[in-house]
Every structure is written in structure tokens, then in C-alpha cells.
Design a protein around this ligand. Sequence first.
Ligand code: NAD
Ligand code: DAU
Length: 343
Amino acid sequence: MNILVTGGAGFIGSNHVRHLLGTSDDRVVNLDLLTYAGNLENLAGLEDHPRYRFVRGDVRDAALVRGLLEEERIDAIVHFAAESHVDRSLDAPAAFLDTNTRGTLVLLEAARDRELGCFVMVSTDEVYGSLAPDAPGFTEETPLAPNSPYAASKASADLLCRAFHHTFGLDVRITRCSNNYGPYQFPEKLIPLMLANALEDQPLPVYGDGQQVRDWLHVSDHCRAVDLVLREGRPGEVYNVGGRNEWANLDLVKLLLAKLGKPESLIRFVTDRPGHDRRYAIVADKIREELGWEPAYTFETGLEATVRWYLEHRAWWETIRSGAYRDYYETMYGEKGRYGDRA
Ligand code: NAD
Ligand code: DAU
């Protein structure tokens, strides 16, 4: 197959490109705009791979997308490209709608016109909204109730995919995964941010009471699930992906500190994220039963490997944190920032 991966220079996309090249004979064309979150360092060593091509470009550029589908005789699209950080979507929602929703529409229209074999939409569990502490987890039948501009933009894209399958018969398959962790995650997200701050003996900003719950899955288990859906999933179906691995943020932050041998006194409780979803939990029975997917990592093995990766790749995250990201961090966490100290 010739596979177009969008957003392949980001966290999950770059892990997915490596997964595809390492486990299949497929040709991979990676279309990525290289926004602040896209980083070619994430793909170091693949530059000269005979089955790989990187194209810097925008998924909203219809001419570029159509040209690539034609020129590369693309059989399938795996769509990761997105603005992915909830906090940023609170301050600049328009960029989220534009990239996540309109960008997906551009890809869907190009795929429909070319009668593409398969379109895998990498959606998210955030489209389901928030769960009460004791409620059962999200299933594929849970109604969509997105709460942040990010989640709303992803839900809109997710529903456009459904419509293109229903109306035009396009072979679209949707995955909705819980929180990922692992190598190459941009250090604005909880786990890499906390690891980097702890290693630099800087405060660890915990939003609100820190009792929000997330369901964590190692990124390589997510990539295997997405690939399985591409190869063995059914057209028009939605597949939840998650690790049955719920952690309150505060407990997770304390665990990370313990792993690094750093004191809990580094924790700072800061103003809560507006509209903060209290809990996510995924029921992944469908992909387990239909496609035989199982996570390969336990949280223990996955987190151990991840902590080691950030320890061994200090230059990777230090470079990111020394650039424009520093201004973002000041805007968010500085004294007058959105998440300024509550004290
Ligand atoms: P990320 O922010 O690390 O990477 C996003 C990538 O998309 C970057 O390389 C960026 O340059 C690229 N991009 C952004 N706008 C683009 C555009 N207009 N055209 C082309 N490329 C563009 O994100 P991530 O955490 O790797 O998430 C990838 C996908 O997985 C997203 O769609 C996200 O919604 C979804 N998802 C993420 C998680 C998670 O825990 N991170 C969980 C479930 C689903
Ligand atoms: O559930 C899937 C989603 O997971 C993906 O769709 C998103 O792209 C991805 O960013 C992630 O969203 P979250 O908002 O859950 O992830 P984040 O790492 O931003 O935050 C995780 C939790 O930690 C959340 O409850 C907010 C909290 N948090 C986060 C940061 C960055 C803090 O308490 N302090 C922080 O500094």
C-alpha cells in the first residue's frame, strides 16, 4: 500500500511512521506543516529510508493534497494532523476549527473524488465529554458532548467522517483513543511537562485539585490499534482505544516525582483549566473482541520506558524548551498567566 500519514512529524504521527516502516512493506508519505508541534528530530534516521517521503505542507491546501494523492498513487490516508493541545484551544479556538475541522474536510473531499481505498480518522475520547467519578466508561455508542474548543473541533471532524461514509460511501474508519504517553511527546502535555520541570527542579503546575482522571495508554499501543483498524477494521465503524488505566493527575504527578527521586514539594496547585473535563475512561471491548487488539505495555513497563527515554533524550526536550515555547510557558504559567500561582 501507499499510505499518506498526515501530522507525521508530531508525537503520535512520528511514532506511527516508525511503526509502519518497521512492521510493513508499505510506502509512507508524511504530510506535515511543521507547526510548533511538528519536529523533524522526531523522525531522525528515516530521511533516506527508501519507502519514506516527507512533504512539508498543509492539509488545508486542497491542490497539494489532491496532487499528492495522484502523484503518489495513495491507497489510504491515516489522519493525525491537528492542533492538539486543549489549553491552547482556550485562547485561540479559530485555529483549531480551521485545522482540525476544515483540514479534515479538505482531505475527505479529495479522498471521495479519488475513490480512495480507506481513510482512518484519528479522533479522540474527548469528543464524548466528561464522566462522573463512578459512571461506566465511554463506549462507541456514548453520545458526543465535547466541552473544549479542541474537543468540539475534533467532534466536528469525526462527524464529517461519519457523514462522508453515510452519504458518499467513502470507506472511513474512526478511532477514539484516550490519553497517550511515550517518546517524542511535546513538553506542553502533562507527562513530559512534569518530567522536564522536575528534572530542572522547577515547580510542577497541577490544575485545580488534581483529582481529574485520565486513562493512559502507551503511544505504540495506540499506533498498533490505528494500524489494525486500517488493515482489518470495517468501513464506517468507530473503534474506541484505551488502556483501562485510570489515574488522578495528582497521583500520577507524585508517581513521576518518585521515579525521578524528586520531592513532592515541587508540586504547585494552580488555577484550574476553564471547563476542565473531570474524568475520561474508555471501554475498548469492541477493538479487543473484533480485531484482537490488546495493549502490549502495562503502565508500569510503559512509564518506566518513558521516564528512561526523557532522561536519555534531554537534548531533545531542552532544545524545544529553549525556543519559542519559553514564551508560551510564561503566558500560561507565569505570575500573570492563565495558570498563575493560586497563592
Ligand atoms: P501533536 O500536536 O504532537 O502533532 C500534531 C502534528 O500535526 C504536528 O506535527 C503538526 O505540525 C501537524 N499539523 C498541525 N496542523 C497541520 C496542518 N494544517 N497540516 C499539516 N500538518 C499539521 O499531536 P499528537 O498528540 O501527536 O496527536 C495526533 C492526533 O491524535 C491528533 O489528531 C489528536 O487529536 C489525536 N489524539 C491525540 C491523543 C493524545 O493523547 N495526544 C489521544 C487521542 C487522539
Ligand atoms: O484524551 C485524549 C486527549 O488527551 C487528546 O485528544 C489531546 O490531544 C491530548 O492533549 C490530551 O488532552 P488532555 O487535556 O487530557 O491532556 P493534557 O496533557 O493537556 O492534560 C492531562 C491532564 O493534566 C488534564 O486533566 C489537565 C492536567 N494538567 C495538564 C497540564 C499541561 C495539569 O494539571 N497541569 C498541566 O500543566
